[in-house]
Write a protein that binds this ligand. Structure first.
Ligand code: DGL
Length: 285
C-alpha cells in the first residue's frame, strides 16, 4: 500500500492522478483536516504534524508515503529524509511533490547540480503561486536556482486560498482572491507575462481554471498531480519493493482524516471527482 498525505483535501488532486497512472497500486489517503491549513503555521509545528501523519500511514501498512503537500515538503522533507527516517524507519520512504516539479521545470534530474554541474538552459521566467509558508521557505527558489540559474523565479503567496477552498467558500469569493493574487504577481513582473506558472500547492489544481482566467492568455500552467504521478511511477520501476502492484485491480483507495469524517467526506468529491468515505482518526495533540 502507498500512503498519500496532505494537510486537508488538496492531496486528493494528487491521489486522483496517482490512481490514474498506477491503477494496480492500493492507496491510503490521510488528510490532517483537524489542523488544516498548514500554510500559516510555524515551521516546527508543521514539521511535528507531518511526522505524526507519516507515522500513522506507516502504521496503517504503507512502506512508502507521498507527501502531497508543498508546505509540509518545503518545511521539512529534506530534514526528515536525512535524520528522522534513517533513524526511526530506515526501510521506509517518503517522497514529496516539490522534487518532481523542480525536475519538470528545470529539465534536470534532482542530483544534477551535485553530480554533473551542467548548466545553460533557455532564459525564462517562471512564476509560483503557493502558501505563505512555501514561499517564505524559498525551497522552489533555491532548488530551481541550483539547477537552472538561467530561470528567473517570481513567487506569489496566496495566504487565504487554502482556507477558502477547505471551507467550500462561494465561487465568487474564491475567484476574487485569485484575481487579486494574479494581479499582485503581474505587478511584481512589471506586467510582463511569465513563460510558465507553477501551482505550488496541491489545493490549487482544483481552481486552475481561475488562475488561467486571471493570467495573460497562453501562459503555461503546470500543476503537480500528473507530474508527481509520473515521477512516482518511474520511482517504483527503480524500487519495486515499495509498491507491489496487484495482479487484478486493487480495492478502492482508503481514506482517513483527523477532522470530522462526515463533513470531510461530503466536501471530498469536489476534489476527488467521486465519493470518498473518510474514517476518523484521533487528532494528534
Ligand atoms: N495542499 C497544501 C500545499 O500543497 C496546503 C497546505 C496548507 O494546509 O496550507 O501546500
Amino acid at each position: 500500500m502507498i500512503g498519500v498525505f496532505d494537510s486537508g483535501h488538496g492531496g486528493l488532486t494528487v491521489l486522483q492522478a496517482l490512481e490514474h497512472h498506477l491503477p494496480r497500486q492500493q492507496f491510503v489517503y490521510l488528510g490532517d483536516h483537524g489542523h488544516a491549513p498548514y500554510g500559516n503555521r510555524a515551521p516546527d509545528e508543521i514539521y511535528a504534524l507531518t511526522l505524526d501523519a507519516i507515522e500513522r500511514l506507516f502504521h496503517l501498512g504503507c512502506p512508502l508515503v507521498v507527501l502531497a503537500c508543498n508546505t509540509a515538503a518545503a518545511t521539512g522533507l529534506r530534514r526528515l529524509q536525512q535524520t528522522w527516517l534513517p533513524d526511526r524507519y530506515p526501510n521506509r520512504r517518503v517522497l514529496g511533490v516539490l522534487v518532481p516539479m523542480v525536475e519538470a521545470i528545470t529539465g534536470m534530474p534532482w542530483m544534477a547540480d551535485i553530480r554533473t554541474g551542467q548548466r545553460g538552459g533557455r532564459k525564462r521566467t517562471v512564476a509560483i503561486f503557493a502558501t505563505r509558508h512555501t514561499v517564505t521557505s524559498g525551497a522552489y527558489l533555491q532548488e530551481i536556482g541550483k539547477r537552472a540559474p538561467e530561470i528567473t523565479v517570481v513567487q506569489q503567496a496566496c495566504p487565504i486560498l487554502v482556507e477558502l477552498i477547505e471551507s467550500a467558500a462561494p465561487a465568487a469569493i474564491v475567484a476574487r482572491a485569485v484575481r487579486r493574487y494574479a494581479a499582485l504577481l503581474m505587478r511584481r513582473l512589471n506586467g510582463v507575462a511569465p513563460d510558465a506558472v507553477i501551482l505550488g500547492c496541491t489545493h490549487y489544481p482544483l481552481i486552475a481554471d481561475l488562475f488561467a482566467a486571471h493570467l495573460p492568455p497562453g501562459v503555461e500552467i503546470l500543476s503537480q498531480p500528473d507530474i508527481t504521478a509520473r515521477s512516482l511511477a518511474a520511482y517504483l520501476v527503480r524500487h519495486p519493493v515499495f509498491g507491489r502492484a496487484t495482479q487484478t485491480r486493487p480495492a478502492a483507495s482508503l481514506f482517513y482524516t483527523t477532522g470530522p469524517a462526515g463533513s470531510v467526506s461530503a466536501l471530498a468529491s469536489r476534489f476527488y471527482g467521486k465519493t470518498a468515505d473518510f474514517k476518523a482518526l484521533p487528532k494528534a495533540t
